[in-house]
Design a protein around this ligand. Structure first.
Ligand code: TRP
Length: 435
């Protein structure tokens, strides 16, 4: 359930709809689902297998399993990815607080669609409020990491995550009754094959890795706590099914509303935050729905933030022989500085652009579309080529006590299919080669 907590978060509810909106809807969804099945699931299996074999944090796991100069260092890439993700993910997580606040202070009643958009842009580009919420998010994550309220969070998320699922199902039902339902659903589910190009494929692949928390060592670290009798294939199936269904539900909630309220589906990171208030505003007791939705979304983000923070903290702790408290503080401060700049880059610092992107967009792009696929590629090559095949199969079948018919197919996927496909997507996007 902790792995589900890491996987399910803003990636599903915020990032999936906006990427789908920008990349042609149905075409994106199709490629995304293919990526989840062919690339994501076997990679998740690989991370969990490695974690349970090595029984240690992600940097140490590679070091312990190999003395090779490159492969023994793959873990560092993951730690760096987590730090960069913390730098923008926390900003978005902070936005959920603003929406909770607005729900209780009566901000959503009687507003039009344009007003919602305008108020979001004003808020997210302001130099103060979003930073205040981001820092609050860091504070909460920090306190959980240093052990204060871990138990409480565990207990809370055990019933709040299923509640988020139920709420999404209810909101889906509501969205299906909207005037734009037909248009929204056909946008999301009807693939326009001519819309598939190299950037759609790269985005879909990045989304698959991002959503399943892959390529950054998170699942390696979590699996290092697994008992010997945990059924890995079943765990992997549960995590990926839940994660993918939450993304699909979010899509079904958002797109009918996008077309009903005349919102531009291609607008990017703003999409969900300008669409949801319209949905709540037309519901009876709208503010109450809105408050609970953003509360649950904040919680789902926190369980993801914990996983990101934990990977970096565990590394700092062991590498620099610092106490847990000190390492967590170093990580929180570093990531918070990055997040403050990421937040400012949506407003007053928007003219500072790198490769045509502001810092916020750059962090998102570099992690999801480059670092996580690269991390996953290296992991699969490492597992497939450097580790002993029979040892891998032994581990996934709990030393022969479980039967997993796909074990051999999985090894082939690690050795050939995944490395080749990821390389092709990269090369294709670079334009060196056209598929
Ligand atoms: N998967 C999470 C989400 O969808 C985000 C996340 C948590 C993540 N840990 C990660 C993404 C590690 C990449 C790597 O919201």
């Amino acid at each position: 359930m902790a792995a589900v907590g890491s996987a399910v978060g803003l990636g599903n509810i915020w990032r999936f709809p906006y990427e789908a909106g920008q990349n042609g809807g149905g075409a994106f969804l199709l490629v995304y689902l293919i990526c989840v099945f062919i690339l994501g699931i076997p990679t998740l299996m690989a991370e969990m297998t490695l974690g349970r074999m090595a029984k240690t944090n992600s940097v140490e796991a590679f070091r312990r399993m190999s003395s090779h100069p490159v492969f023994s260092r793959i873990g560092y890439l993951g730690v760096f990815s987590c730090l960069l993700i913390l730098g923008f993910y926390t900003v978005v997580a902070g936005w959920t607080f603003q929406y909770m606040w607005e729900s209780v202070s009566g901000g959503i009643e009687g507003m039009t669609s344009e007003q919602f958009s305008q108020s979001f842009v004003e808020f997210s580009s302001s130099p103060f409020q979003p930073i205040f919420w981001t820092v609050l998010m860091f504070l909460i994550t920090h306190l959980i990491i240093i052990g204060g309220v871990q138990k409480g969070i565990e207990r809370a998320s055990k019933f709040m995550m299923p509640l988020l699922f139920v709420l999404l199902v209810v909101l889906c039902g509501n969205s299906l009754t909207l005037d734009g339902a037909r248009e929204g659903l056909s946008f999301l589910f009807k693939p326009d094959f001519s819309a598939i190009n190299s950037s759609v494929v790269l985005s879909a692949m990045g989304q698959a890795f991002f959503s399943l928390s892959l390529g950054a060592g998170v699942m390696i670290t979590y699996a290092s706590y697994f008992e010997k009798d945990v059924n890995l294939p079943r765990t992997v199936t549960t995590v990926s099914l839940l994660d993918t269904s939450v993304a699909l539900l979010a899509g079904v909630v958002i797109f009918p509303a996008v077309f009903t309220f005349g919102i531009e589906p291609t607008q990017g990171p703003n999409l969900v935050f300008v669409t949801l208030p319209n949905i709540f505003a037309q519901l009876p007791w709208g503010s109450v729905w809105s408050f609970f939705f953003f509360l649950l979304l904040a919680l789902a983000s926190i369980t993801s933030l914990i996983s990101l923070h934990q990977v970096v903290t565990a590394y700092v702790e062991e590498e620099f022989r610092l106490s847990n408290r000190k390492s967590a503080l170093v990580v929180s401060c570093l990531a918070a500085v990055l997040a403050v700049f990421a937040s400012l880059s949506l407003g007053v610092m928007n003219d500072v652009q790198i490769a045509g992107m502001c810092l916020f967009d750059l962090l998102d792009y570099v992690t999801a579309k480059i670092m996580m696929p690269l991390g996953s590629l290296l992991l699969c090559v490492f597992m497939g080529w450097r580790l002993d095949k029979s040892e891998l199969i032994n581990e996934v079948t709990n030393h022969g006590t479980l039967r997993w018919r796909l074990a051999k197919v999985w090894v082939v996927a690690l050795k050939y299919v995944i490395p080749i496909l990821i390389t092709l997507v990269f090369v294709n996007e670079l334009g060196l080669f056209k598929l």
